[in-house]
Structure formats: structure tokens, C-alpha cells
Design a protein around this ligand. Structure first.
Ligand code: AMP
Ligand code: GLY
Length: 422
């Protein structure tokens, strides 16, 4: 069957790589895709959900997979389903788990899922009084989607009060900050855990770790993610069990009970505090770059996983994971994440080493194409992925690959997976 992938990043490129050799998959379309996805299929210049649904109807699209959160929160799944199309992703109402931090926190509270103590408010005075009761640092979060920038970790009460009043006045994030969450700071280590869900059943994938800061040693500004690896040794069988019992099962139960069964990828941003799991946030999609390291580790059919997820049939699916590890290094453009950079041509050396040919690959993200050449045109341009018997081997291959890739102003961290290797 034909597949439609919504999105344009490395996440969507890596999903296509995992699908393209599956015998059940014919042609892959991307909307909108990027300058390299056209090597894996065909890019479409359509963004309207009704128009996309008609395209899917008329082009034998048997499965649509939604990468990013924005179309999910805007209700693409509901529109496709109204045309009886099969689509993998969460409904508009279920996507509030990511689209509204207040919805999410109240859901966690209602179903006793562990999370940081918090209040929600739209009142500066209430915010200020609660801030006075918390110890430092203090976390202030805008309710709505802010492109990953809506969380402030304040090191003084004054800073927390200023952040909350700037949000509430609409100054920092417009309407997305008109209501806020103020919560206690959790001190631990973070894990990203993903469950593929069909409304009732789920399949848990191995935990991955992202690297949010721009520079080595976790310095510099926050980014969308500068690299990831999976599986991480920071989790053991007991912790997986605890995550399933305390987070995944009650989430699926609660969503179903509330009449908005959860279908799609449930991304749990977790903080492990003294061995106990707490939910920082949910996202309703794969993490990027986490997706890029998880996809090559799924040995069974990725098509089956998404298709059965989209059709309520995950209970009779066995997924088989590779026993290897994957490390992904993000290469970003010169001025990321501050501003866009001048597009520069990407040159990849001819790959001559067999181990690189077999155990490494490039995932393209912020790239455009002109006269057949690829240009670095976005913030996060591409990823070099290495696969190995252990994390060190995978990381060495990813960095070896990174040495073969050139464009003006390229930047990457040199310490991806350091927590697993130290
Ligand atoms: P969120 O979008 O809610 O995941 O927040 C973005 C990042 O802020 C997280 O990945 C954490 O690194 C950090 N963060 C959010 N909430 C807390 C908290 N309560 N305690 C400590 N760090 C937090
Ligand atoms: N890598 C984190 C995210 O996609 O939100």
C-alpha cells in the first residue's frame, strides 16, 4: 500500500527509511517532506487537512503517519478519520496531553500518576503567593505549545515571579501563556520512553536519552535535541515495570475512561528521582532525535507496528528489537538555535569503509535541494547514526560518519552518550 508521512524533519526521514524496504509498502509520500525525502518518495505541497484527505483517498494511501505535534493538536487525525482513512496518531482531544500542560497536569492528578507538585493559575497574585512557598529552583510553564521554549527554570523567586507575570500578561508567549503551571523542581535524571498505543494496548520501546543543550557538557541554550542514543543503560527491568504500572497503564486507562482513547505514540518525558519515576510531560509523537535512533533498532516490521497501532490490533503483535545500540549525532547550522543561517552546500565524502557502509547512515532534516545539490537550510540539518554491539562502538561509528560530512558552519556536540559511557 501507499503511505503518507506528515512532517519534514529527521524523524519523518527515519520513519521512511524504516518503512521503505518493507514488502507491504509501495510508494511513500511526504507532506511537506524536505530536500532529501524526495529520494525516498514524493514530496507534496499540501497542508490543508481536507485536501490531504482527498489526496489520500485518490492515491490509495492505506496508512498516514503523523510526525510532528502541530497537525495532531490541530486535529488532522479527526479529519482523516471522517473520511474513513487509516491514520496513526492521536485525536485532537487526546493531543491535549501535549497541547495543554494544564490538561496534562490535571489528568496526571486525577489518575494518581506521579508528577511534580504544582498549581495552575491565570492570576499573578496566586502565582506569586505559591512561588513564596516553594524552594529553589522553581519551574514555570506556559500552558500551550511554545515550540519547546515555554518552560522556565528560575533560580530565584524574583525570576520566577517575573517569568510568570511575563507569561500571564501575554508578553512572552501570547495566548499560550495566558494560563500557567508553577511546579516544584525535580532533581534526577531524564529519560524518554515511548509507547506505541492503539487506544487500549501498547508496545513499549527501549528508552532513549536526548541531549537538549547546544554544547558539550550540557552547556549553552536548550535546543530541539542535539543527539540521542538507545537503549540507555540508565534503566533496568524494574524501572521499565514501574513505568508500565505507574504511568503507561493508568494513562491508557484514564484516557479511555475519559472518552478519549489514546492512539499513536505516547512519549513520556520522565524524571527519575531517587529511583522513583515522575512524569515531566507527555508528547503525542516521537521525539526528534530519539526517533532516529529507535527506528533502526526495530527488527520486526515497523509498518506492522504503525498499521496495527492505527487499527486497534496491537494485542496480537510481537515486536522484535535488535540487540544492538544506536547513537545519533545532530549536525546543526552555524547560528542554531538563535537565528537561521545562510544555506550552504552539503558535501558527503565517498564512503569507502565497509563498516561505515554497513553500520552507519545519514538522516536528513533541515535540508533543501537546488539543481540536484543538497543545502543545509534549517537549524538541525542532519544526523549521523551509528549502530554497534555496544554504545561506544555505535558512537565511534556515528562520529566517524560525521567526519565525512561537510558544510560551512557545521556544528555538533562531541560528547553524545557521555552519561552511558562514564
Ligand atoms: P517539559 O517541556 O515540561 O518537558 O520541560 C522541558 C524541560 O525542562 C524538561 O525536559 C526538563 O529538563 C525541564 N523540566 C521541566 N519540568 C521540570 C521539573 N519540574 N523539574 C526539573 N526540570 C524540569
Ligand atoms: N527531543 C525532544 C523532543 O522531540 O521533544
Amino acid at each position: 500500500m501507499n503511505i503518507l508521512i506528515i512532517g519534514s524533519g529527521g524523524r519523518e526521514y527515519s520513519i521512511a527509511l524504516a518503512l521503505k524496504d518493507d514488502e507491504q509498502v509501495d510508494k511513500i509520500y511526504f507532506a511537506p517532506g524536505n530536500g532529501a525525502t524526495c529520494d525516498l518518495g514524493e514530496n507534496l505541497d499540501i497542508s490543508d487537512f481536507e485536501e490531504l484527505s482527498l489526496f489520500a483517498k485518490n492515491n490509495s494511501i492505506g496508512l498516514t503517519i503523523v510526525g510532528p505535534e502541530a497537525p495532531l493538536v490541530a486535529g488532522i487525525v479527526d479529519v482523516f478519520k471522517s473520511y474513513n482513512l487509516t491514520i496513526f496518531g492521536s485525536s485532537k482531544l487526546a493531543s491535549q496531553l501535549e497541547g495543554s500542560k494544564i490538561f496534562m497536569k490535571n489528568f496526571l492528578k486525577k489518575y494518581n500518576i506521579p508528577t511534580a507538585a504544582f498549581i495552575e493559575t491565570d492570576d499573578k497574585k496566586v502565582a506569586s503567593e505559591f512561588i513564596d512557598t516553594l524552594s529553589l529552583p522553581i519551574v514555570v510553564k506556559a500552558d500551550g505549545l511554545c515550540g519547546g521554549k515555554g518552560v522556565i527554570i528560575a533560580n530565584s523567586r524574583e525570576e520566577a515571579k517575573k517569568a510568570s507575570s511575563d507569561m500571564l500578561s501575554g508578553e512572552s508567549f501570547g495566548d499560550a501563556g495566558k494560563s500557567i503551571i508553577i511546579e516544584e523542581f525535580l532533581d534526577g535524571y531524564e529519560l524518554s520512553v515511548f509507547a506505541i498505543c492503539d487506544g487500549e494496548n501498547y508496545k513499549l520501546l527501549p528508552a532513549a536519552q536526548d541531549h537538549k543543550r547546544l554544547l558539550d557538557k550540557d552547556l549553552g541554550p536548550n535546543t530541539g535535541g542535539m543527539g540521542a542514543y538507545a537503549p540507555t543503560p540508565l534503566i533496568d527491568e524494574n524501572l521499565y515495570k514501574e513505568i508500565e504500572e505507574k504511568v503507561v497503564k493508568p494513562t491508557l486507562y484514564g484516557m479511555k475512561k475519559d472518552g478519549i482513547p489514546y492512539e499513536g505514540v505516547l512519549f513520556m518525558g520522565l524524571m527519575i528521582v531517587d529511583g522513583e519515576v515522575k512524569v515531566l510531560e507527555y508528547n503525542v509523537r516521537f521525539g526528534d532525535p530519539e526517533c532516529e535512533v529507535l527506528m533502526p533498532l526495530i527488527k520486526s516490521s515497523v509498518f506492522d507496528l504503525f498499521y496495527k497501532g492505527a487499527t486497534g490490533n496491537l494485542d496480537n503483535l510481537n515486536i522484535e528489537m535488535s540487540d544492538e545500540y544506536a547513537v545519533g549525532i545532530v549536525m546543526s547550522s552555524k547560528d542554531y538555535p538563535y537565528k537561521s543561517s545562510i544555506a550552504s552546500e552539503i558535501i558527503v565524502d565517498e564512503i569507502v569503509l565497509d563498516e561505515l557502509k554497513e553500520k552507519a547512515h545519514i538522516v536528513y532534516a533541515g535540508v533543501s535541494r537546488e539543481d540536484g545539490k543538497l543545502f543545509a537550510s534549517g537549524g538541525r540539518v542532519l544526523l549521523c547514526i551509528g549502530i554497534g554491539k555496544n554504545i561506544k562502538e555505535a558512537r565511534d561509528l556515528a562520529y566517524l560518519m560525521a567526519g565525512q560530512v561537510h558544510f560551512a558552519g557545521k556544528h555538533y556536540r562531541t560528547d553524545i552518550a557521555y552519561q552511558a559511557l562514564s
